[in-house]
Design a protein around this ligand. Structure first.
Ligand SMILES: NC(=O)c1ccc[n+]([C@@H]2O[C@H](COP(=O)([O-])OP(=O)(O)OC[C@H]3O[C@@H](n4cnc5c(N)ncnc54)[C@H](O)[C@@H]3O)[C@@H](O)[C@H]2O)c1
Ligand SMILES: O=C(O)[C@H](O)COP(=O)(O)O
Length: 592
């Protein structure tokens, strides 16, 4: 017997969302699936073996200790890209700082085993997030623990450039005493433009106010009330650029911010401006900065970060007399590194345990109370998806899927992202070798050409229950069980949560009622006495336990659909015998 595995979304009791590994029997009878390369690894975890965490860059000891309570920890620093790719297929989690590039090749080399990448810090520009998502790998970061350290480093560089501290230090050490050469500029009353008013930017602004600078900020996404509360005016990019005496950069490196400071922007700054960058090297076009420094447009620059780290030897920008540099030290305080290590270790352990960390970068965040409430509907939607797709006749292809949520709640009062992901999982997993989770559901769905639309029906009644029923319909397909096609011409399955358990309540236009556990047989027959007994006998001869049975009919004596819930999988022979009962017009066996 072969065993396959997949991520499974569950909601744990402490109300965190869980993406956990599940091993299950393949739906051989209907859709044989190839073995996946991650099988052994997943089984190892399922059987209680410790997961392996590769720590690829120096991490604070508290974090390492925490990881060791749950996992085997392999601290291998300075790996070459090739070595990382070789090692990664033996690891369930990877922890990096900014010095390791977690590329698409890394995810591909992981062969499906890598479940989480932890970035021990804020910037995730060294992790290929798209590739992580495509491979269903969760990415978490540690976004708060180094904020103060980075802000303090920004202020250190600001004060250092204003008083030529680095240059004067080097000069004295070279045996010189150049008091006139290193006359500085005062900060009091000068305009500081903080570019990127997030966590670090606002802490820099707070501290610069303490130095009695006039602080303005540019951030297209920052809330004005946060700026007001600190006494900072939010201004346009143009105003920040043209009025600032000092510019401090604190935005992430994204396609939109890449080389945001270039020849054109430098041509608009106030002559003699001083620039501090503790964000990311890539937000400045370094060659343009060099030109601006040489022409005196930029008087000085202080750089903690570079496009390429470490920058090449004898780099003109690094060696420039008006440039102060540090080797990406923004987060490097003892306190910040201990905090970051703990923050990332907790997030990675949580993710490996099946909880989705609050710092997930590539998965939708759903509040804990919403998760708890939606938990039984998560199971229901996945199972409806699984049923619907198994009803499709071979060769039909599944493209147009509609999910209808019927609820007494207002349209804005129901977060369906989880449910949509689970329908996608249910639709795709039985017919492919990919595994789908909350991280990659939308991507995989799109990749496979699935056009999933959602629809809300607002019911009268009490909004206490989040959902009354959920319907999954597949359009433009034939069904291997013709009765599953409703009057609208689509394969239709509908379900409800009863006593906390998912139930199938409609197939096509037939009302049914069966708990969605184990597997089910759907059987259409001409309504007459004795059929239930005959089917029951065939199954009991095989020791297959019937856990639920319901019959939905159009009218007495006409057609009826019998739904039988089974604990075990019947043999092909037993299924054949059911099909041979004279009154049975069609039947289908479905695995949940
Ligand atoms: N040098 C270091 O060691 C070090 C340490 C910590 C953080 N960082 C870097 O500092 C930066 C900020 O970190 P954070 O924790 O404050 O992040 P954050 O997400 O809290 O803040 C980033 C801010 O930038 C804003 N932003 C996005 N696009 C922008 C644009 N085009 N123009 C202006 N603002 C824009 C966002 O709205 C957000 O408010 C990141 O690049 C991070 O990697 C560096
Ligand atoms: O984005 C960050 O958190 C900082 O750049 C720190 O990077 P580091 O962990 O490599 O010091």
């Amino acid at each position: 017997m072969s065993v396959i595995s997949s991520w499974n979304l569950t909601i744990s009791l402490n109300t965190t969302i869980s993406l956990s590994w599940r091993s299950s029997l393949p739906s051989r009878a209907i859709f044989p699936r190839p073995k996946k390369p991650k099988t052994l690894v997943v089984l190892a975890i399922a059987l209680g073996a410790k997961p392996t965490v590769l720590v690829a860059e120096k991490l604070g000891d508290a974090g390492i200790q925490l990881l060791k309570t749950f996992a085997n920890v392999d601290c291998s620093y300075n790996l070459s890209p090739e070595e990382l790719c070789t090692k990664i297929s033996l690891c369930d989690a990877l922890i990096v700082r900014s010095g390791t590039k977690v590329t698409r090749e890394v995810f591909e080399s992981a062969m499906g085993r890598l479940k989480v990448v932890g970035r021990a810090g804020v910037g995730i520009d060294n992790v290929d997030i798209s590739a992580a998502t495509e491979h269903g790998c969760l990415v978490v970061n540690a976004p708060t623990a180094n904020t103060i350290a980075a802000a303090e480093h920004g202020i250190a560089l600001l004060t250092a450039v204003s008083r030529n501290v680095a240059q004067a230090d080097a000069s004295v050490k070279a045996g010189k005493w150049e008091r006139n050469k290193y006359v500085g500029v005062s900060l009091v009353g000068k305009i500081l433009a903080v570019m990127g008013f997030g966590k670090v930017g606002s802490e820099v602004a707070r501290r610069a106010k303490g130095l009695r600078m006039q602080v303005i900020a540019h951030d297209p996404y920052a809330p004005a009330d946060r700026a007001r509360a600190i006494g900072v005016e939010l201004v346009s990019f143009e105003e920040a650029l043209t009025t600032a005496d000092f510019i401090s950069l604190h935005m992430p490196l994204t396609p939109a911010t890449s080389k945001m400071f270039n020849d054109e922007t430098f041509s608009r700054v106030k002559k003699g401006v001083r620039i501090i960058n503790v964000a990311r090297g890539g937000v400045i076009d370094e060659e343009a900065l060099l030109r601006a420094l040489d022409s005196g447009i930029v008087a000085q620059a202080a750089l903690d970060v570079f496009t390429e780290e470490p920058p090449p030897q004898e780099n003109k920008l690094v060696m420039h007399e008006n440039v102060t540099v540090t080797p990406h030290l923004g987060a490097s305080t003892t306190e910040a590194q201990e905090g970051v290590a703990l923050e990332i270790a907790e997030a990675v352990v949580g993710a490996l345990k099946g909880e989705l960390a609050a710092t997930a970068v590539n998965a939708p965040m759903v509040p804990a109370e919403v998760l708890l409430e939606l938990s039984p509907y998560v199971a229901l939607t996945e199972k409806l998806g699984r049923l619907a797709v198994q009803l499709v006749a071979g060769g039909s292809g599944v493209k147009f899927v509609k999910v209808t949520y019927a609820s007494a709640r207002g349209p804005d009062d129901l977060d369906t992202r989880l449910l949509r992901a689970m329908v996608t999982k249910g639709l795709i997993e039985p017919i492919s070798s990919v595994f789908v989770n909350l991280v990659n559901a939308d991507f995989i769905g799109k990749q496979r050409g699935l056009r999933l639309t959602e629809e809300r029906i607002v019911l009268d009644g009490s909004p206490e229950k989040p959902l009354e029923f959920i319907q999954v319909r597949i359009a433009n397909v034939e069904s291997k069980f013709a009765s599953a096609i409703s009057n609208s011409g689509e394969i239709t399955v509908e379900g409800r949560v009863k006593d906390g358990k998912p139930h199938l309540t409609k197939v096509g236009s037939f009302g049914v009622d069966v708990s969605l556990e184990g597997s089910i047989v759907l059987c259409r027959q001409s309504d007459q006495p004795g059929i239930i007994g005959k089917v029951g006998n065939i199954l009991s001869e095989e020791n297959v336990n019937v856990n639920f049975m319901s019959v939905g009919r159009i009218a007495p004596g006409k057609q009826a659909v019998m739904t039988i819930g089974l604990d075990e999988e019947p043999s092909r022979d037993a299924l054949k015998k059911i099909g041979e009962i004279t009154a049975v017009e069609e039947f289908v066996f479905l695995k949940l």
